[in-house]
Design a protein around this ligand. Structure first.
Ligand SMILES: NC(=O)C1=CN([C@@H]2O[C@H](COP(=O)(O)OP(=O)(O)OC[C@H]3O[C@@H](n4cnc5c(N)ncnc54)[C@H](O)[C@@H]3O)[C@@H](O)[C@H]2O)C=CC1
Ligand SMILES: O=C(O)[C@@H]1CCC=N1
Length: 271
């Protein structure tokens, strides 16, 4: 059976999810992507059509009429308006998936016809190249087949894990926002390489591959990161000297505070 998908709000994350799904074999002919109705939106729609071969429109209502899965990817503040707009046009049995930070399934359900299956998902931007991780949680009336449709759609974006909805704000703070923390680390490492005399292109390559390689080793070796760190750290060696500075500057405490702050912000966005 062919399932039709509507993506409402094809910005950074909507397009990342779209790219991941098409990369995994979802046919562009099964997907309609919507953009905001403005001159900028129309130019953006043309770019999305060009890059992904999907139909694009500014009409959310038309896009959802025959959709089995409706992916709502607008900013949290725009979510209620879009849900109110599409509610009367949803096909019977359509599943609504929201990726908005903070907004609970029960809040989403209040804008939709009673019984509409809702799934909340928190992806991250590496979805664009199939290297993301998304956590999903079902709402009150989303059952196994609804979750399974969402998971099949997200499969091309990378890993998918199920969590309790109460954990989704924490997920948002860790893996949703996490690529931004890691890009900051890559940028800072590369800049530090330049400060100690490396050419910028070499420094960037060294920083990127070091983060990629360390992440793969942590994921694939099955070893605790602390053990892997010890293997790099020779007694009284160079790494120990560097780590000492990171400890002095409280880098671990900074990550802890960053994730706590991001989670608090997700709770605030949920109202
Ligand atoms: N950017 C990220 O890394 C992540 C974002 N999210 C969530 O994804 C959602 C979107 O975030 P971004 O993609 O970063 O924002 P964005 O601003 O890049 O994308 C939102 C898009 O929705 C469009 N839009 C707004 N109102 C619309 C309407 N009425 N009809 C059709 N399109 C409309 C905007 O023009 C824009 O292109 C947010 O709710 C955010 O919490 C979730 C995980 C990660
Ligand atoms: O910054 C944000 O609120 C969104 C959610 C997670 C990543 N970006």
């Amino acid at each position: 059976m062919t399932e039709r998908v509507a993506i409402l709000g094809t910005g950074n994350m909507g397009e990342a999810v779209l790219a991941g799904a098409i990369g995994a074999g979802w046919s562009p002919g099964e997907i309609t992507a919507t953009v905001r109705a403005s001159e900028q939106g129309r130019a953006h729609a043309a770019a999305i059509r060009e890059r992904h071969g999907v139909a694009t429109t500014t009409e959310n209502v038309a896009a959802v009429r025959d959709a089995d899965l409706v992916v709502v990817a607008v900013k949290p503040k725009d979510l209620p308006g879009v849900l109110d707009e599409i509610a009367p046009a949803l096909a019977a049995g359509a599943v609504v998936m929201s990726i908005a930070a903070g907004i609970t399934t029960s809040a989403i359900e209040t804008h939709l016809p009673a019984g509409t299956p809702v799934v909340r998902a928190m992806p991250n931007t590496p979805a664009q190249i199939g290297a993301g991780i998304t956590a999903v949680a079902p709402g009150a009336t989303a059952d196994a087949p609804h979750l399974s449709l969402v998971e099949r759609f997200l499969a091309g974006t990378g890993d998918v894990v199920r969590v309790a909805e109460k954990d989704l704000d924490a997920v948002t703070a860790l893996s949703g926002a996490g690529p931004a923390y890691v890009f900051t680390v890559i940028d800072a490492l590369a800049e530090a390489g330049v400060h100690v005399g490396l050419k910028r292109d070499i420094a960037s390559r060294l920083a990127e591959q070091t983060v990629l390689g360390a992440a793969r080793l942590a994921a694939e070796s099955g070893e605790h990161p602390a053990v892997l760190r010890e293997r790099v750290t020779s007694p009284a060696g160079t790494t120990a000297a560097g780590l000492r500075v990171l400890e002095d500057r409280a880098v671990r405490a900074a990550f802890l505070a960053a994730v706590e702050a991001a989670r608090s912000r997700a709770v605030e966005l949920g109202g």
